[in-house]
Ligand binder design. Structure first.
Ligand code: SPQ
Length: 432
């Protein structure tokens, strides 16, 4: 399907609560399923990726009831999952397939995991290599590198894995396998990736030790059911943060946003660029920090984005690139090769689609260069089936001279159902 957005030339004003955090919602279902007792989740993300996680765990024999954004999971314990009678279809979700590969590496039965066309192209060897070192039996296309993938788990031993990439999916897959392994499992990453798994394991009573970019846990620990309150997703909030910054007379408050330091690189980057963003009412949801974010229109200046900052804003690079088109000077994004293995090759997707709208943007080997300030013109652009590209293009339409037509916009439901309702809510008529 396509959507046509007229040029708005408007302010963004009002208060909004964006949906629950995708990474935390996945993990709540997974850890609740292997805990002892009944776990309840509030603020669960009803996006397609997280609903696919629920379907996979139902096929593994877990009783899960979902009413709107409240979910109740009757945990089966760490040894209680059943061999699935059907394949486990993760749809578009890289988090589901990679974390499930880790969890199922410890279960003494056979499972087959697959997903959509995008998932079939995403590399799994980053998790299958360490999981095989732990003795999991895994096979798939290209020697276990691409889905469909089959796993026969059990009899794992702990390892110390030095991951070549800063990836929370790699770290989490190994930790979920390590929970079922003999001995100690340790993961060291080159830079700290998002740490929701570590925080939530602690909330479920698991003992782990952390030292900078290293985390360790002993196998055979039991998880105790708990209540998880999911913060609003900073990755979804980022679209409206940038919308408010790049439009005139804008003033918004985004409620209950997760501001975990391993995810809030987008706020740090935008503040360095001169953005007016303040945290109000800082507090904790379980072990996760949250705040309400007050954002107003700002004059932005471009900066370099590179190094250890990249993992903390990797999913926000599409919307950061749009902000850069409206900032003075040049933004250089480096060390971001990981963008090539997301739902699309996001370096190519960002560059081709923003260029189509009139941006001055070029790709590089490990990122891109964007020169601002440029007028965006509008025209027909493509989400390429990538939710974050689709939402970035929708926000771009706010400042385009002419109408913007976005193809395949329905993919936005992967992480942000009702995105366009929220978008409309914040748009106020121009005051010229
Ligand atoms: O789940 P999926 O498809 O991999 O989703 C993305 C996204 O943009 O929503 C990436 F394409 O987010 C990943 C993120 O990039 C979610 C995630 C997690 O929940 O653990 C971690 C990051 O990936 P990685 O490979 O750096 O661990």
């Amino acid at each position: 399907m396509t959507i046509t957005l007229n040029p708005h030339h408007t302010s963004i004003r009002g208060e909004l609560k964006v949906p629950g955090d995708k990474s935390i919602s996945h993990r709540a279902i997974m850890l609740g399923s292997i805990a002892e007792g009944t776990t309840t989740v509030s603020g669960f993300l009803l996006g397609e990726d997280c609903l696919n996680t629920i379907q996979c765990f139902k096929k593994l024999g877990v009783s899960i009831e979902q009413n709107d954004d409240h979910v109740t999971i009757i945990g089966k314990g760490i040894d209680g999952l059943n061999e699935p009678e059907d394949v486990l279809n993760v749809g578009n979700s890289g988090t589901t397939i990679r974390l499930l590969l880790g969890l199922l590496s410890g279960t003494p039965f056979h499972s087959i995991l697959l997903g959509d066309e995008s998932i079939a192209k995403r590399p799994m060897d980053r998790v299958t290599i360490p999981l095989k070192k732990m003795r999991a039996k895994i096979d798939g296309r290209n020697d276990g590198s691409y889905p469909p993938i089959s796993v026969r788990g059990g009899n794992l031993r702990g390892i110390h894995y030095h991951s070549p990439v800063a990836s929370a999916q790699v770290k989490s897959a190994i930790l979920l396998a390590g929970l079922q392994a003999d001995g100690l499992t340790t993961v060291t990453e080159p830079a700290l990736s998002r740490d929701h798994t570590e925080r939530m394991l602690t909330a479920f009573g698991v003992k782990l030790t952390r030292d900078k970019t290293t985390v360790s846990l002993q196998g055979k620990q039991k998880l105790k059911a708990t209540h998880i309150q999911v913060p609003s997703d900073i990755s979804s909030a980022a679209f409206f943060i940038v919308a408010a910054l790049i439009t005139k007379n804008s003033d918004i408050v985004l409620k209950d946003v997760g501001i975990n330091r391993t995810r809030s690189g987008i706020i740090d980057a935008l503040k360095l660029m001169g953005a007016n963003i303040t945290f109000i009412n800082e507090r904790m949801f379980n072990d996760e920090p949250v705040a309400d974010l007050h954002v107003t229109s700002s004059n932005l200046k471009n900066i370099e984005i590179s190094g250890d900052m990249i993992p903390s804003l990797i999913d926000e690079i599409p919307i950061l690139a749009l902000a850069a088109t409206q900032a003075e000077g040049q933004m250089v994004i480096k060390d971001a090769e990981e963008l090539k293995v997301k739902e699309t090759n996001r370096i190519d997707a960002i560059v081709t689609q923003l260029k189509q709208l009139g941006a001055a943007i070029e790709s590089t080997e490990d990122g891109m260069k964007i020169t601002g300030k440029t007028k965006l013109l509008g025209g027909t652009v493509h989400s390429l089936g990538d939710h974050r590209i689709g939402m970035m293009l929708a926000i771009a339409s706010l400042i385009c001279e002419k109408e913007t037509v976005i193809t395949d916009e329905e993919c936005i439901g992967i992480s942000y159902p009702h995105f366009f309702n929220d978008f409309q809510k914040l748009i106020t008529p121009a005051k010229y």
